[in-house]
Design a protein around this ligand. Structure first.
Ligand SMILES: [Zn+2]
Length: 291
C-alpha cells in the first residue's frame, strides 16, 4: 500500500516536472524533487491513516500487457539519454566535456539505428540543453520506450584507470558503484531519502531484463572493441542511479570510458571509435533475448 502511494506520487511529480521547461533558476532540481518527495511522503502517510480501503496494487500482468502493446509495430524503441547538457557539463578533462562526448555518441547511435529493422532510437536531448535528472525517465516513458540507456563518461584521479561500465538501478551496497552513483546523482553527502524511496519502490521488476541487456552489451563490447584495448570493467553492478528511477522499462547507465585516461580521451574524440561503440550496442540490442 505504502509502496503504491509512494510510486504514484513519485510518478505524478515526474509528470508535472516534465511539463515545466527547465530554467536556470536558483533552485536545484534535485533539491526541489527531494523536498517535494518528503512533502509527498508526509501527505501519503496522513492519507494512509485516513483511508480505510487500500488502493488496488497494480498487477504485474498489467505491466506485461503494456509491454506487449509496445511491441505491436515490431520495433524495439530504445531511448538514448545523453547525460548532462547545457549548464551542466558533467565531468571535464581539459577541453573535453562529458556532455559533448555522450551527445556525439547518442547521435551516432541514432543515425546507425536506421540500418536495423527491429530497432528505433529516440534521444532525450539532441542538442546542448539542460535536462533535470528526473525528467529523463519521464521523457522515455512518454515516448513509450522499451529500453532506456543513459550515457555518461567517467573520470578518476589516477590517469591509468580506464574502461567501460554498465550499471542498472538497484539498492545495492557495492561501495564503488554507490560512490559513482553519488557523483552522477550530484549528491555528495547523505542519500538516505533516495535510498528510502528506492527501497520502498518496486524497482525489482525490470532488473532481470536490465541485467540481460547489460550482459549482452558487455560481452558484445568486449569482442567488438578488442582492437582498441579498452577494458570492459563490469556489467553486473547496480546502484542508486537517480536518472534511472521512474523508467517503466529496462534501463541502464552506460559509462562509456574515462576521459581522464589519456588513451580513452583520445579515442572518445574519434568518430570511428564512437561508431564502433554505437554499432556494437545496436548489434547486441538487435540480437537480444529480451523481448
Ligand atoms: Zn555523467
Amino acid at each position: 500500500m505504502k509502496t503504491v502511494v509512494f510510486l504514484f506520487l513519485l510518478l505524478n511529480f515526474f509528470t508535472v516536472s516534465a511539463q515545466n521547461t527547465p530554467s536556470d533558476s536558483d533552485v536545484d532540481p534535485l533539491d526541489q524533487l527531494i523536498s517535494d518527495l518528503v512533502e509527498s511522503s508526509k501527505k501519503a502517510q496522513k492519507q494512509e491513516k485516513k483511508q480505510e480501503k487500500p488502493a488496488v496494487k497494480p498487477q504485474k500482468t498489467e505491466k506485461k500487457q503494456e509491454v506487449k502493446q509496445k511491441k505491436a509495430n515490431g520495433k524495439k524503441l530504445v531511448v538514448i539519454d545523453p547525460g548532462h547538457g547545457g549548464k551542466d557539463p558533467g565531468t571535464i578533462s581539459g577541453k573535453l566535456y562529458e556532455k559533448d562526448v555522450v551527445l556525439r555518441l547518442a547521435k551516432k547511435i541514432e543515425k546507425l539505428s536506421k540500418n536495423y529493422k527491429n530497432i528505433e532510437v529516440k534521444l532525450t536531448r539532441d542538442k546542448d540543453i539542460f535536462l533535470a535528472l528526473e525528467e529523463r525517465a519521464v521523457i522515455a516513458n512518454k515516448m513509450n520506450g522499451d529500453f532506456f540507456i543513459s550515457l555518461h563518461a567517467n573520470s578518476f584521479k589516477d590517469k591509468e584507470v580506464g574502461g567501460m561500465e554498465l550499471y542498472h538501478l538497484d539498492n545495492t551496497r557495492d561501495e564503488y558503484a554507490n560512490k559513482l552513483a553519488k557523483v552522477e546523482n550530484k549528491i555528495s553527502g547523505n542519500s538516505t531519502i533516495l535510498e528510502t524511496i528506492l527501497v520502498d519502490m518496486d524497482i525489482s521488476y525490470y532488473v532481470g531484463d536490465s541485467l540481460d541487456y547489460a550482459k549482452e552489451m558487455g560481452e558484445g563490447l568486449k569482442k567488438d572493441l578488442k582492437k582498441y584495448g579498452v577494458k570492459i570493467r563490469g556489467y553486473n553492478k547496480g546502484a542508486l542511479f537517480y536518472v534511472l528511477v521512474g523508467a517503466r522499462m529496462p534501463s541502464l547507465l552506460f559509462e562509456i570510458g574515462y576521459i581522464t585516461n589519456k588513451i580513452e580521451k583520445e579515442l572518445l574524440q574519434k568518430d570511428e571509435y564512437l561508431e564502433s561503440i554505437a554499432k556494437s550496442l545496436l548489434d547486441s540490442i538487435s540480437k537480444s533475448k529480451v523481448k
